[in-house]
Every structure is written in C-alpha cells, then in structure tokens.
Ligand binder design. Structure first.
Ligand code: NAD
Length: 472
C-alpha cells in the first residue's frame, strides 16, 4: 500500500507496513505504509514548499476549498462512519455523529477565514499609528489520538489551513485510515499538493521528533495523553516552538438536590457512554447529592442495563475499548474500587464478540480517594460518590491535576452558574452532557492543556501577531 501522503503523492513508507486491527473482532482491516523520520522530513519539505503560495491565497479561496471538503465529507458520511467504526470500534451512531462534528470544523473555519481581523490605533503620545495584523505561523505539525480519528484531525487541519498554514499530520497508529480518507477528500476538493501531508507510522516518537528538531516547523499541535504532552513540550522547548496541547481529563459530573433527574440521566448517558467512555471530556466521576443519589442511580442504572454492547452495527450502542492494554487498565481500576468497598449496582449485558469489550457498569459506594475517580478511566464505568456539603464537593471536584471538562445539573440556573465558576475546568456543561462544539473554545485548565481549539481562538492558535508602527 502507498499511504504516506507527501506533496500530493501517495508513497510507500520507509519502514514497510503495519496492521490496522478492528478492536471489536481483532481482524486485520488494512495494512498501512509505515513511515519513519526520513518520510517525516520529506513531508516538511513539501509543506515548506507549499507555504508561500498557500498563505498568499485569498482567504475566500481557501475558505471555498474548506467548505467543499465539508460537503465531500457529508456526501461520504456512511463510508467514513464505517471506516471509523472498523478501526476504532465505536458504534455506527457515534461514528456518524463524529463525521458530522468533524466536517463542521471545515465550515466553522471557512467562515472564520474571511472575517477581517486586526486593529488600528494611535499611540498615546501621538505621532504614530499602530496597525495590528495576524500572520500564519508557518508549517504546523499535527499529532492526533485514536479516539476521534476524524474530528481530532479536522479540528487542527481546518483552522491551520484557514489561517494560511500548511501541515504535516501524524494520526494515531491504531486509527490511520480515517485521516487518510479525509486527506483524499481534501485532494478531491482541490486543496493544492503539499498543503496537507499525512505520515502514518508505528513509531510516533521518531516521526514527531523529526518535526520538533526541524527549524522549518514552527508549530506543534498535539492531542493525546498528558504524559506524552509533557514530553512534547520538553522537545518543543529546545526551539521555543509555538505549541497547543489538548491533553487528558477527569471530568466531574455534579448533580444537585434540585436537579431535573431525567435531564441529568440523559446528560449522564451522553457524557459517560458516548464513544464508550473513551473521550477526554467523558464524565469520569459522578458527585450526586445524597438526597437524590438512590433515585439517580436507579434511573441511570435502568438505562445502562439496556445498552447493547457489541461490534458496530445498527442497534449496537457501545463498542469495544481500543486495546487489550485499555481493557486491563479499566479492569484494574474497577477491581481496586471493589476491594475498597464499592459495589456494581448495575451492569449491561456482556458482548459476545472476541474484541476488547468491557461491559458498562454503574458503581456505588465509591470513595473520593479511589483510583477510579482519581485516574482517567477511558471506559464505560460510572462511579457514583455522594455529597451533602458544597464546600466538600468543590474540594473533591478540584482535587485533580486535570481541568478539561465538568458537568453541573441543577434546578436553579443561577446556583449552577455560581458552582460552575468555582470548578477549575475549561468547559462546563450546565444541564447538558455535551460540551464539544466547533464554535466554542475547547480546551483545559491545569495539566489538561495549553491553548484552545474551535471558536475564533482555534484560528489564532495558528497565527502570530504582527504590528506595524507607522510614522504619521
Ligand atoms: P497518546 O498520548 O498515547 O497518543 C496520542 C498521539 O501521540 C498518537 O498519535 C501517538 O502515536 C502519539 N505519540 C505517542 N507517544 C509519543 C511520543 N513519545 N512522541 C510523539 N508522539 C507520540 O494518547 P492516546 O492514547 O492516543 O489518546 C488518549 C488520550 O488523549 C487521553 O488521555 C485523552 O484524554 C486524550 N485526549 C484529549 C483530547 C483533548 O481535546 N483534550 C481529545 C481526545 C483525547
């Protein structure tokens, strides 16, 4: 196979090929070219060569190409959803939802690309005028995870291209097929050769090191775990690279005594079980007021018991975890919670397929110190902790190095907003279980990251501010 996309050419990888495996069936779904550091450098050659013409292309012309890419993605929704499901394992409903979400980044940033953005003012002392503009940062290296193989790529590619940057992308080794399919659609849309280059490979560290070592690469935008993010920040510091980091989460889901419990359970089903719990925004720990904990648990449990777990097909709600390692990790977390007094209050019916399936569970009697609430679970496990004092609740909610998403369900909207303001998280869903939205600034506080994706802020991540001081 020729899957390394450099300067519009589909090439072999310098290291041969690797298998992409369906985590639901453990069958090999494709063999993909295995790129290495020399391929990574060649991709930068192409991106650097394409940069002057692309950054000089009129914003409207760039926007039209992004909009066309969105149309092509929507045209191919079913094929893309099937591809996502085959390499990631998520349900078809989740996969179709991801295609729509991923395509929306092209529309949002096509619209943003053409909005004039800058400033003009006079200096306090007079005699000069200050003209502020924004410059594309240059060649951007994009590194994405496996959990949203389409959306994590388009959330970076669309703003980079809208800003006038060219890119080199390394998709996760588990799920390279979707990014490659999106790149084909970008080519079909007419995006010029060299503007988007894709380098799939098993040895992510070697590929990305070639980029952080290359002075032509001015930006690295990474989505993935906090541990790898830390390492890339260290690498990027040598050349003082512009960095954006979308890292791990440990989202609290708070239910107050006056919350609408139907809405809270609907929100919990989305926040916890969308994508099988494998989302950085996934509700990781539930803090339910003691007055309503039994009722909330019963209603949530009834919904969880009805979840259909299995390979992606019509009617299936939850797929497998991505790997045997992920399965071992969640098994460890649940077992350690059970040892410290938690119990399985509700469980779905197990899958019968051979893949890395974990049966969704609701845990009660969980203590705030338990590993299952302190670590990122990344699986369909809903641990419930009860609370009575708001001060103690806030102390527990904020007692984490993460600060990505949080959820608050409360009857009194004013009280909900006041509570949300005191939660150290970049995104808070208030009476809703979904915070991802291309028009909103996605990102975290603390060790959940640096920078924002989506919104106007997402475009600014790919620009440098430049000003002209003009004698007047
Ligand atoms: P990961 O950090 O293991 O890998 C992410 C990407 O980095 C992959 O492409 C991988 O090949 C590459 N990589 C791994 N080690 C590397 C290294 N040493 N040098 C360079 N590249 C390297 O993460 P994952 O398991 O793929 O994804 C799950 C994590 O991603 C979770 O922690 C989740 O919370 C986080 N995530 C965050 C967001 C967000 O927007 N904040 C979104 C999705 C996922």
């Amino acid at each position: 196979m020729n899957d390394v996309l450099i300067d519009g050419n589909w090439l072999e990888g310098e290291r041969g090929e690797f298998d992409v495996v369906d985590p639901a069936t453990l069958a090999v779904v494709a063999r993909v070219s295995d790129a290495g550091p020399a391929d990574a450098v060649a991709a930068v050659d192409a991106a650097a060569a394409a940069l002057p013409a692309w950054s000089a292309t009129a914003p409207r012309a760039r926007a039209d190409l992004l909009m066309r890419t969105r149309e092509l993605m929507l045209r191919d929704t079913e094929e893309l959803a099937a591809l996502i499901a085959s390499e990631n394992g998520k349900s078809l409903v989740d996969a179709r939802g991801e295609v729509g979400y991923a395509a929306e980044f092209f529309r949002w940033f096509a619209e943003e690309a053409v909005r004039p953005h800058g400033d003009f003012g006079s200096s306090p002392a007079g005699g000069t005028r200050t003209v502020v503009t924004h410059h594309p940062v240059g060649v951007a290296a994009l590194v994405t995870p496996w959990n949203f193989p389409a959306a994590m790529a388009t959330r970076k590619i669309a703003p980079a291209l809208a800003a006038g940057c060219t890119v080199v992308l390394k998709p996760a080794a588990e799920t390279p097929l979707t990014a490659l399919a999106v790149a084909r659609l970008m080519h079909e849309a007419g995006i010029p050769s060299g503007v988007v280059n894709v380098v799939p490979g098993l040895d992510g560290p070697a590929i990305v090191k070639a980029w952080t070592d290359d002075p032509r690469v001015r930006k690295i935008s990474f989505t993935g775990s906090t541990n790898v993010g830390r390492q890339l920040l260290r690498q990027a510091s040598d050349r003082v690279m512009n960095t954006s980091m979308e890292l791990g989460g440990n989202a609290p889901f708070v239910v107050t005594a006056d919350a609408d419990l139907d809405a809270a359970v609907d929100g919990a089903m989305i926040a916890k079980f969308r994508n099988g719990g494998q989302a950085c925004t996934a509700a990781n720990r539930f803090y339910v007021h003691a007055d309503v904990a039994a009722e909330f648990t019963a209603r949530l449990g009834a919904r969880v018991e009805k979840l259909v777990v299995g390979p992606a097909c019509e009617g299936s709600d939850i797929g497998p975890l991505i790997s045997a390692k992920a399965l071992a990790n969640v098994t460890r977390l649940v077992e350690s919670a059970l040892v410290t007094g938690a119990r399985v209050a509700h469980r779905a019916a197990p899958a019968t397929a051979p893949g890395h399936f974990f049966t969704p569970v609701v845990l009660t009697g969980v203590t705030a110190e338990s590993d299952v609430v302190r670590e990122e679970i990344f699986a369909p496990v809903a641990p419930i902790v009860t609370w009575t004092s708001e001060a103690e609740l806030l102390a527990q909610v904020n007692d984490t190095e993460f600060g990505l998403a949080a959820y608050v369900f409360a009857g009194d909207l004013g009280a909900a907003l006041k509570l949300a303001e005191r939660i150290e998280a970049g995104m808070v869903g208030i009476n809703r279980g979904l915070v991802s939205d291309p028009s909103a600034p996605f990102g975290g506080f603390k060790q959940s990251g640096i920078g924002r994706e989506g919104a106007r802020a997402g475009l600014e991540e790919y620009t440098e501010t430049q000003y002209f001081s003009v004698a007047w």
